[in-house]
Design a protein around this ligand. Sequence first.
Ligand code: SF4
Length: 369
Amino acid sequence: MNYIDGFRDPDAAARYRVTLAQLGQELADQGGRACFMEVCGSHTMAIARFAIRDFLPPAVTLVSGPGCPVCVTDPGYIDAAIELAGQGKIIVTFGDMMRVPGSRSTLAKSRAAGGWIESCYSPVTALELARAHPEREIVFLAIGFETTVAPVLAMLDTARRSALPNLTLLVAFKLVPPVLAALIADPELKIDGFLCPAHVSAVIGANAYRPFAENHGVACVVAGFEPLDILYGVEGLLRQKIAGRATVDNQYNRVVRPEGNPVAQRLMDHYLMPAAVSWRGLGVIPASGLVLRPEFAQFDAEQRHQLTLQPGRPNPHCLCGEVLKGKIRPAQCALFGVACHPDHPLGPCMVSSEGSCAAEYRFASGVTP
Ligand code: SF4
């Protein structure tokens, strides 16, 4: 047995099925039901891949939330990136962004039309291009949750210390705790607990959810990505629901510390400050994003080029907004698997491998990872 196999043990999973069934019956006997939400694209993918919903008792629903960083990026951001490419800037982006629809087009189409748009696996690519092409401005598309922020800032820190004048960021960083609060405030949603994202929690720490859990009375469990991690996480949420508790339970303590990663947090505090930002499908949420501090304006593509990120216009037939809020499952969108599929995505949730629509399409269709 290796390290991963231990968390994929079928016998242990069968025992979880029994435990969850007993707890589900206990909840049902109380006249209760529970709705839990996972807020992490990697959880969404693992839940679909390992058919975790098949392990849940009838009294428990597990819905997917806005955990895919590409999916929550507003179409107006893509529009701005395409505009910068049209002005001759070299755009560097994580590959998932290439096919995400903006209001009118995508970065992939902009590249086909002659824009210089590089997809990358690491922000360091932007640094290398800035050094290789001092005559051009390199704009790195700085999107993502707390997980992605520190590596991007480490790259920016190197650029600043190297006095590279031709590298900027188009910033659309998002924060997880504020979006959880926005989801709880939605009267159409009744979420009893969150399966908190593992990678994000490694940065912000499990304690970051304590004010949220206490103020909103919602259970939070930090869980890893393997099937037994997720089943254990759901068990923890269910036990809190039955006991009427709402606390933070860190079940991924082999990676996540209560205080998180102080080095990454210091870097974030140094360069960034909170701001109200627009989320695809969820609108503008106060203090739910991070922007560059004024003293670093020379690295801010938005300020340097007098751009203002405006909310864009998503495809009116795409229901990604409802999918991202957990109000519908992907298959409830009439376009799912018909007009919209991974080879021809109409919305971001079908583009990214971490998107709910792509995960459901891929694993429900029997394609193995
Ligand atoms: S199936 Fe396609 S069109 Fe429908 S919500 Fe998902 S991404 Fe949008």
